[in-house]
Design a protein around this ligand. Structure first.
Ligand code: UDP
Length: 236
């Protein structure tokens, strides 16, 4: 039995690199697709937002002399590239899926609307919500908070390479301990880098729970969906 009826899954672009330094690792991509296929088969309605950091980030561009707005537009296009790759991998895994875009670019994907997204989800399609919010100065974390709230997801699942939220960065501080549950306010007070503040605040103000877990270990997504407590839950 699934613990959630409708989820918004946020995948980072960076994780798509796998062992590579840039771009898309086919093995990681197909692992993601098969994990998603597994939960779609349980009847869970799945919306996905994927980042673009494996290809381009606006802020990194600014440090190299790019105009911020155009850099962010490049970043949003990077999320569309990743979304198409994931869509194709999902379809190869036998999953019905489609890409919606926050910026008009038919025929690459249909222009996003809440109605279109929900009607696809209700028909059992996995929906990939690409191009972030469609606006510069935002991130895909904020895009996924926004879409999770819009599509009335039960939870926003943030798939990362760490198995939850820790008191400090566990890759740097060996004494760091993991939270099973934490409030949004505690995240602010402890200055924890879970998501950017805009994304966290949107979830807090709209009572959207966030579940942070390690998506890079195959099988974990199904564990989360079936109610195993392997990550950290954030709520008010
Ligand atoms: N971006 C944007 N608006 C959005 C979402 C993303 O301008 O609503 C741009 C921004 O430049 C960002 C890039 O797209 O750096 C890639 O997204 P993100 O950094 O969130 O990807 P991730 O870190 O998840 O790989």
């Amino acid at each position: 039995m699934a613990a959630f009826k409708r989820i918004l899954l946020k995948l980072s672009g960076e994780s798509l690199m796998g062992e590579k330094q840039y771009g898309i690792d086919e093995k990681r991509l197909s692992e993601y697709a098969s994990q998603i296929a597994e939960i779609a088969a349980l009847g869970v309605q799945v919306g996905i937002v994927i980042g673009g950091g494996n290809i381009f980030r606006g802020l990194t561009g600014t440090s190299k002399g790019f105009d911020r707005v155009q850099g962010d537009q490049m970043g949003m296009l990077a999320t569309v590239i990743n979304s198409l790759a994931l869509n194709s991998a999902l379809q190869a895994a036998g999953v019905k899926s489609r890409v919606l875009t926050a910026i008009r670019m038919e025929p690459i994907g249909e222009f996003y609307s809440k109605q279109k997204a929900i009607s696809s989800l209700e028909q059992g399609e996995v929906v990939i919500l690409s191009a972030g919010t469609g606006n510069p100065f935002f991130t895909t974390d904020t895009g996924s908070s926004l879409r999770a709230i819009e599509i009335e997801a039960d939870v926003m699942l943030k798939g990362t390479r760490v198995d939850g939220i820790y008191t400090a960065d566990p890759e740097k501080d060996k004494t760091a301990t993991k939270f099973d549950e934490i409030t949004y306010d505690e995240i602010y007070n402890r200055n924890l880098k879970v998501m950017d503040l805009t994304a966290t605040t949107m979830c807090k103000e709209n009572n959207m729970p966030i579940y942070v877990f390690d998506m890079d270990t195959v099988g974990n997504l199904k564990k989360v969906i079936t109610g195993e407590k392997i990550g950290t839950l954030v709520r008010n």
